[in-house]
Design a binder for this molecule. Structure first.
Ligand code: HEC
Length: 146
């Protein structure tokens, strides 16, 4: 009897741990997808200025690049081991150091683009181009093509 109870307790604890794990995993996927959507929103702000759809506003462009840099710093944590799923390819967890390096490359490019806003649209254009390349370099290898 005593043995049965303890087995039951262990089974329950294991089930709760698995449920908690699955929940945390879903959470992380939703969190990083929201973060990536924000990356997209910030890039759109800059892209509209470069196309001339909206006037160049150095402060707004700088804020958008700083937001991308902050988002980039968060990327590795949002892809913690065990959070496989969404449009994230398994290759991420096979080459995590490279994945992390691509997140750092985005952060560096976004910081440079934030600084370049002080040089006007001519300086900002190519610097933002490098940001777009950093997004693409990671997506190409680590994101499911949709
Ligand atoms: C280090 C890798 C990496 C970098 C850098 C990166 N992304 Fe992503 N991105 C991903 C991965 C992986 C996914 C798929 C995530 C998932 O579905 O779990 C994704 C998904 C997205 C999505 C779809 C989100 C959704 O709705 O599900 C958008 C939009 C996006 N990224 C935009 C960007 C932009 C814009 C940049 C650059 C400013 C960027 N990303 C930089 C790896 C990256």
């Amino acid at each position: 009897m005593r043995r049965l109870i303890s087995v039951g307790v262990v089974t329950f604890a294991a089930a709760a741990a698995i449920a908690g794990y699955a929940f945390a995993q879903e959470d992380l996927i939703a969190k990083r997808q929201a973060l990536m959507k924000d990356n997209g929103a910030q890039a759109t702000i800059a892209g509209q200025m470069l196309r001339g759809d909206t006037p160049f506003d150095a402060a707004a462009a700088k804020a958008a690049m700083e937001k991308i840099a902050a988002d980039a710093a968060e990327i590795p944590a949002d892809f913690a081991p065990g959070s496989e799923g969404g449009d994230a390819l398994p290759a991420i967890w096979e080459n995590f150091a490279d994945f992390e390096a691509k997140a750092t490359a985005l952060k560096t490019a976004a910081e440079a683009a934030a600084a370049a806003t002080e040089g006007g649209l001519e300086a900002f254009g190519p610097a933002f181009g490098a940001v777009g390349q950093a997004c693409g370099a990671c997506h190409q290898t680590y994101r499911k093509a949709s």
